[in-house]
Design a protein around this ligand. Structure first.
Ligand SMILES: [Zn+2]
Length: 139
C-alpha cells in the first residue's frame, strides 16, 4: 500500500496519505487533517545521515538493470518498486508505476528504457543536489 507524504498548505502540516494501490494514487488528494486539497507532495525521505546524492550514488544501477536484461522481470519489478518508493518524489520518475505494470505482466522495456531514464534522472538530481562547485557559480 503506497504511502506518500504531503505538505498541506491548508493546515500547514506534513501528513501521510495512504492509497489503496498504486492505481489509486491521485494527483490532488484531500488532507486527512483538514480536508484541504492544497497539498504538495513532499520529497521522499531517504536513509538518515546521508544526502540524497549519496543515497542515489549508492545504488548499483548497472547491476540492478542487468536483471531486466537477464529476463528476471519480477526481480526488476521489485527493484523498480523499491526505487519508486525511495526516489520517485525526489527524481520525478515513475518507477512505482513501472513496477506495477511489470507485476501485472507487461514487459517494462516496451514502455521505457530504464537505463536511460535512471541515468538521466540521477545525473540531473545530482546536479541539483550537489552543484558542481568547480564551475564557481552556484546559480
Ligand atoms: Zn491540512
Amino acid at each position: 500500500m503506497p504511502i506518500y507524504q504531503y505538505d498541506c498548505s491548508g493546515c500547514r502540516r506534513r501528513v501521510d496519505v495512504f492509497f489503496r494501490s498504486i492505481k489509486a494514487v491521485v494527483d490532488q488528494p484531500a488532507c486527512p487533517e483538514c480536508g484541504s486539497k492544497k497539498m504538495k507532495r513532499a520529497v521522499s525521505r531517504i536513509a538518515r545521515g546521508r544526502t540524497d546524492a549519496e543515497a542515489i550514488d549508492s545504488i548499483d544501477f548497472e547491476q540492478e538493470l542487468g536483471r531486466l536484461e537477464s529476463g528476471d522481470e519480477r526481480g526488476f519489478a521489485r527493484w523498480a518498486q523499491r526505487l519508486g518508493e525511495q526516489y520517485d518524489g525526489a527524481l520525478g520518475t515513475d518507477f512505482s508505476q513501472l513496477a506495477e505494470r511489470t507485476f501485472a505482466g507487461e514487459d517494462p522495456s516496451d514502455r521505457v528504457d530504464p537505463a536511460f531514464t535512471i541515468k538521466n534522472k540521477v545525473r540531473r538530481a545530482k546536479e541539483k543536489l550537489a552543484p558542481d562547485t568547480s564551475a564557481g557559480d552556484a546559480h
